[in-house]
Design a protein around this ligand. Structure first.
Ligand SMILES: [Zn+2]
Length: 126
């Protein structure tokens, strides 16, 4: 679901977020310490810090839908085997690392499941 906002609203919101981020990312302080920084230097440092933040946001958003996991759910609500349709058995959590386009690593924890019928292992989507 996309929520459409008009441009004015969005830019006001972005300005507020930007003002907060400048401090959170340490940019206000950095700028004071580097008053003669060039455009390229400023852009590089903003990119670097934004990429770290971006990775964290990505990780948090992805994990939001998965915090509960499905291991405690009743059989009929569990993910099913793609081959035979049996509800999967949870086999604990496994951690994977993904690389973002910003070059940061994102850590994902997902519940791993195996099929009691065919013994195949899955990371069910969602
Ligand atoms: Zn199966």
């Amino acid at each position: 679901m996309k929520v459409k906002k008009n441009k004015r609203q969005r830019s006001e919101q972005i300005q507020q977020v930007s003002a907060g981020l400048r401090d959170v990312l340490g940019m206000t302080q950095w700028r004071k310490e580097n008053p003669k920084a060039t455009w390229a230097e400023i852009e590089a440092i903003v990119d670097e810090r934004m990429n770290q933040l971006r990775a964290q946001v990505l990780q948090d958003v992805v994990q939001m839908g998965e915090t509960e996991g499905w291991s405690q759910k009743p059989q009929e609500e569990r993910p099913r085997c793609a081959t035979c349709g049996k509800p999967l058995q949870a086999r604990g959590e496994q951690t994977r690392y993904l690389q973002t386009t910003g070059g940061e690593a994102v850590k994902l924890t997902r519940t791993y499941g195996t099929c009691p019928q065919c013994g195949v292992g899955f990371f069910p989507p969602g």
